[in-house]
Design a protein around this ligand. Structure first.
Ligand code: ADP
Length: 498
């Protein structure tokens, strides 16, 4: 049997494929002053690799490279079809290196290797192909006017885009950001998360190999308040796109406001998963379980408030606790593992703190509640029942494997309680009634509603938040509007017979 939690030869090979530096203008460079930071193996807390840590001067260099690539380089000048082909070439190279990318993702983030291989990497590839398909289909209109005029619109790129991404889906968040920006003809400076810089750097290298010109994709690992803040407030960028916490989202927006550039934000959530009395209980338990425990609870769309109707509450709680108990926790490289470690010590500590709060405030711990094992950042799958709306675990984003089950009695009441949050990212309902599903889908104030399912994320479907869960939409045609601007062109009509 494989010894758990040790680096295998293929893990070392995947790590060797990464150049742990800043990707600026098509070259890997050291950070100024030779600054580096460590990225850790969340299974053990041991150092995986030292990575160049971008400073404000480095951000400046990256923005200059992106500016040069936009103002003088071929990228915005080539046809959309050519851009689409290069994006598909990058997708091909990712496909060729699928196992290596999945290994990096799993090593750096802690998610099960089989999930990285069947979900994260393929969906990232799919995303680039989807937007590669859009690259030659971004067009304006010919507009009738109240005069002898020929008026049309062009949809042009914005310029240099600053993008800041989190650690929960490193490759997928990178693809969500790269896709529409590249399709629109923009150039990019991307600040990747300090917890998970590795796979993004490898993709940056593959992008160069694919023939995407130097300076189009610049990748700068580094710290949020240093490199992230320097990027968000840099006067040389034309737009900021951010995914992360609502707290940092507010900072980003204030920083971008200084330069009056547009901002899109994809932020936190506290999504309600509503189980109706007519639901098949086993199916409802499974949906609610996946809604919360997928990716170790580290999803901005996690169904972190499970509202269950009083008539089926006790049976649901019993079965939800059994499902959590059965969840296989362990080394993400072992086959059959459903849950690996949380990403970092910081996240581990925050989750343990919130579990303690849940206990103190009177929620009933049905299962879990402790660390799993003796090392690394593993948390037992945890279920709380008797959770009430005022408890911290019902209000704050936990971002961990902690399910909170609340009780409801009338549909009006559950709608009001589900919407009584500052967040509005996702929501869901489990019911056999089409009328209930339709009523709730319209009443719930969230950017995505899932009916009798959870975690649907098709590349072609817009995704984003109501309320403080975000501004703007990613994915689908909707994202393109944030990465292009409209120019109106007027010409007089002067010929004969007009
Ligand atoms: P999380 O809690 O999920 O780590 P954060 O919002 O802290 O979410 O981080 C998301 C991304 O934002 C990361 O790339 C992080 O480095 C970056 N970040 C954190 N703080 C700042 C900041 N003050 N300015 C800009 N970026 C930041």
């Amino acid at each position: 049997a494989e010894p758990a939690e040790e680096l295998q030869e293929d893990h070392r090979a995947a790590l060797r494929s990464v150049t742990p530096k800043l990707l600026i203008n098509g070259k890997f460079e050291d950070a100024s002053g030779g600054r580096t930071f460590e990225t850790y193996d969340p299974r053990t807390g041991e150092v995986l690799m030292s990575v160049a840590e971008a400073q404000a001067e480095d951000v400046d260099r990256a923005v200059k490279a992106a500016r040069e690539a936009f103002d003088k380089g071929p990228w915005p000048r080539m046809t959309g079809r050519q851009r689409g082909l290069l994006m598909n070439k990058l997708a091909d190279l990712m496909q060729d290196n699928l196992e290596e990318l999945a290994t990096l993702e799993s090593l750096d983030n802690g998610k099960p290797y089989t999930i990285a291989k069947t979900v994260d990497v393929p969906m990232s590839i799919e995303h680039l192909r989807y937007y590669g398909g859009w690259a030659d289909k971004i067009y304006g209109q010919t507009l009738p006017t109240d005069g002898k005029l020929h008026v049309y619109t062009l949809r042009e790129p914005l310029g240099v885009i600053g993008q800041i991404i989190p650690w929960n889906f490193p490759l997928l968040m990178q693809a969500w950001k790269l896709g529409p920006a590249l399709a629109g003809g923009n150039t990019i400076v991307m600040k990747v998360a300090e917890q998970t810089p590795l796979s993004a750097l490898r993709v940056g290298e593959l992008a160069i190999q694919a023939g995407i010109p130097p300076g189009v994709i610049n990748i700068i690992p580094g710290d949020g308040p240093v490199a992230g803040a320097a990027l968000a407030k840099h006067p040389g960028i034309d737009k900021v796109a951010f995914t992360g916490s609502t707290e940092v989202g507010k900072l980003i927006m204030a920083q971008a406001a200084q330069n009056l550039v547009p901002v899109t934000l994809e932020l936190g959530g506290k999504s309600a998963c509503i189980i109706c009395p007519d639901a098949d209980i086993d199916e409802a338990v499974r949906i609610a379980h996946d809604a919360l425990f997928f990716n170790h609870g580290q999803c901005c769309t996690a169904g972190s408030r499970t509202f269950v109707h009083e008539s089926i509450y006790d049976e649901f709680v019993k079965k939800a606790a059994e499902a959590a108990k059965k969840r296989t926790v362990g080394d993400p490289f072992k086959s059959g593992t459903q849950q690996g470690p949380q990403v970092s010590q910081e996240q581990f500590d925050k989750i343990m703190f919130l579990i303690k709060k849940g206990r103190e405030e009177g929620a009933k711990l049905e299962v879990g509640g402790e660390r799993y094992g003796e090392k690394g950042y593993f948390v037992q799958p945890t279920v709380f029942s008797n959770v009430t709306d005022d408890m911290t675990i019902a209000k704050d984003e936990i971002f961990g494997p902690v399910q909170s089950i609340l009780k409801w009695s009338s549909i009006e009441e559950v709608i009001e309680r589900a919407n009584n949050t500052k967040y509005g990212l996702a929501a869901g309902v489990v019911t056999k009634s089409l009328d209930t599903a339709n009523a709730l889908s319209r009443a719930l104030k969230a950017g995505t509603v899932w009916v009798n399912m959870w975690n649907g994320f098709d590349a072609g479907v817009p995704f984003g938040g109501y309320k403080t869960s975000g501004i703007g939409r990613e994915k689908g045609e909707a994202a393109l509007s944030h990465y292009t601007q409209v120019k109106a062109v007027y010409e007089p009509l002067k010929g004969p017979m007009l």
